[in-house]
Design a protein around this ligand. Structure first.
Ligand SMILES: [Zn+2]
Length: 372
């Protein structure tokens, strides 16, 4: 029902592929459409959802430079276990359990980090639907999700639906599904004063992204120009990444994901600077996730291969790496398709994007429960 008019817009957009865009042009490219009720592309929906929770426990964990709250929603009781050292000291003592005695917990703990890149609302939608499932048994499309909820009830779930509220607030399109990679370039990485795209990975060469040369600040960044995926974790520039890491440090999750989106099929990425055994665990998790996606006729990408970090330049140490190094969690990045209309993009509908997200969460819960 949505595809018809959107494809027309998208084809026109692809034909105009350019190296830059103005805000007026970017706004004109947003399709006129009513997004389905299950799609969550703005913070107002998140506030309304978390305000009404009875079962989920809501905590504000940070206030952004734009004065927006960043919330954590938890389901399942927190179990108090031995916790007498920070993670790296515990590893130094050769006793991981003195950081967090995970084996003494009855339930595994999973940390879901929603989009730190504001235009990647696929993860925001997914996590708000997961919150709805845990709260009511139904997703925001009104579908009963008994299996997912039953798995979730056997875990403690820590859900940060919006990892970068400022970036999400700047994302007027609410989704780029059916649009073009140029729209992602505009809304995601932003533009310089000559209206040229900052682009990827060029958007990372100036950080924080502030100064006279910045025109449209991309949704990658908070209002102070910080991209939480690449904050300076040892001397933080913004409040979002430290808040996420504090949750990880205090809770010692068994498993953690940072939700992102890209042009291609759903992919679990190799986490950089993690021990080979943890990287192999991520590969195992990817195998179960892809199997479940396949079973549901949903696309998936290639498996991540455990590897040493090497090359010039090597992979960056990012938020996903930092989550491991502060909590020992099996930590990984998931890339969901945006559902762009460009020829080589992974073509998925909004409904399929929701199902990809919920399938990932189910696979994560199943994997972590099986491992115990
Ligand atoms: Zn991203």
């Amino acid at each position: 029902m949505i595809l018809g008019p959107m494809c027309t817009v998208a084809v026109a957009a692809v034909a105009q592929a350019a190296d830059g865009m103005t805000l007026v042009e970017a706004r004109a490219r947003i399709p006129q459409r009513e997004l389905p009720a299950f799609w969550v592309g703005d913070l107002e929906r998140v506030s309304a959802l978390v305000a009404g929770l009875q079962r989920g426990q809501v905590t504000t964990i940070a206030t952004t430079p734009g004065r927006r709250p960043m919330v954590l929603v938890a389901f399942g009781e927190r179990e108090v276990v031995q916790h007498i050292a920070n993670f790296n000291s515990a590893i130094g003592a050769r006793e991981p359990a003195v950081y967090m005695d995970r084996a003494a917990r009855k339930k595994p703990v999973i940390l879901f980090v929603g989009p730190v890149h504001g235009q990647e609302t696929e993860g925001l939608t997914g996590l708000c639907n997961l919150i709805s499932v845990m709260e009511t048994g139904r997703d925001l499309a009104g579908r009963e999700q008994a299996q997912l909820r039953a798995l979730g009830e056997r875990c403690r779930l820590l859900i940060i639906p919006a990892g970068n509220p400022d970036g999400i607030a700047r994302f007027e399109a609410k989704t780029v599904q059916g649009m073009s990679v140029d729209d992602v370039r505009f809304w995601g990485q932003g533009t310089y004063t000559d209206d040229k795209f900052c682009g990827w990975p060029g958007c990372k060469r100036q950080h924080p992204m502030v100064g006279d040369n910045v025109k449209f600040l991309g949704c990658y960044f908070n209002d102070a120009g910080v991209n939480p995926m690449h904050d300076e974790f040892f001397a933080p520039m913004g409040p979002e990444a430290p808040a996420i890491l504090k949750v990880a440090m205090e809770e010692g999750p068994d498993l953690a994901v940072s939700l992102h989106s890209h042009e291609s099929a759903p992919s679990v990425l190799r986490p950089a600077y993690l021990p080979m055994e943890t990287q192999e665990a991520v590969r195992g998790l990817a195998e179960s996730c892809y199997a479940l996606l396949k079973e549901r006729d949903l696309p998936h990408g290639g498996l991540p291969a455990a590897d040493a970090d090497r090359g010039n330049p090597p992979a960056p140490f990012n938020l996903t790496s930092a989550i491991y190094h502060i909590s020992g969690a099996t930590s990984f990045t998931f890339e969901c398709p945006h559902g762009l209309a460009d020829e080589k993009s992974c073509h998925v509908t909004l409904e399929q994007i929701l199902d990809i997200q919920l399938t990932l969460y189910e696979a994560m819960m199943g994997w972590v429960l099986e491992g115990r």
